[in-house]
Design a protein around this ligand. Structure first.
Ligand SMILES: Cc1cc2nc3c(=O)[nH]c(=O)nc-3n(C[C@H](O)[C@H](O)[C@H](O)COP(=O)(O)O)c2cc1C
Length: 193
């Protein structure tokens, strides 16, 4: 078991952030997030997540028109914003990522199956991404309040990659954190059969 300090940093005291300190996030740190997150599991090792780190002022301006009003100011202020997307044609890489079996054939010509696998595994990778970011000392603020079509047109113009959610990254201003909401107990959310 990892120690209490690590458990707090990943889960128990980690919070969703809405305000950001004026402290930049380096390329190297963003790279470290992926270097950890990429080891977490996906079905048939399919790894459909595709991530754009929006960090420059020009890229932030490109993102701006897609943001909902409640997410606008904090996203423009965040040192970086990750667009967590998923590649709807992820199966093209399966011969390399899962060479022991022909998994690609399950998805070629079956867009519904590809969409289900891409969204499921891409969402899992988004969650792993948040935990990895916390593990390297970053704070996160995930957001689904934005116009996906606008983000896709601006950042994924070839149409293959679809946005899932956004995640602001940086060093959070603890004074802007909202009150912690309750969580479901084990008894409410789980059962052992
Ligand atoms: C996928 C996802 C989408 C979210 N979308 C938004 C959003 O659009 N705007 C916002 O202010 N918070 C958003 N949140 C933040 C959640 O409300 C927050 O993570 C949750 O209430 C838990 O807060 P805590 O981590 O501080 O306990 C989102 C969180 C997730 C994981």
């Amino acid at each position: 078991m990892i120690d209490d300090k690590a458990l707090d940093a990943l889960f128990r005291t980690a919070r969703t952030h809405n305000g950001w300190l004026d402290k930049p996030v380096s390329d190297d740190l963003l790279r470290q997030v992926w270097e950890l997150a990429r080891w977490a599991p996906t079905s048939a090792n399919c790894m459909p997540a595709r991530i754009v780190f929006v960090r420059s002022a020009a890229a932030k301006e490109k993102l701006k028109p897609a943001l909902s009003p409640g997410n606008l100011d904090k996203t423009m202020a965040a040192p970086a914003t990750a667009i967590i997307g998923y590649d709807t044609e992820f199966y093209e890489l399966l011969p390399r990522l899962y060479p022991q079996a022909d998994m690609k054939k399950n998805f070629v010509g079956n867009p519904a199956a590809a969409q289900t696998a891409a969204f499921r595994n891409g969402s899992l990778q988004g969650a792993y991404f948040i935990v990895a970011a916390r593990a390297v000392g970053l704070d996160c603020g995930a957001m689904s309040g934005f116009d996906n079509a606008k983000v896709d047109a601006a950042f994924f113009p070839d149409g293959k990659v679809k946005s899932n959610f956004l995640c602001n990254l940086g060093y959070g201003d603890v004074s802007k954190v909202r009150p912690r909401n309750p969580r479901l107990t084990f008894e409410e959310a789980c059962r052992i059969e």
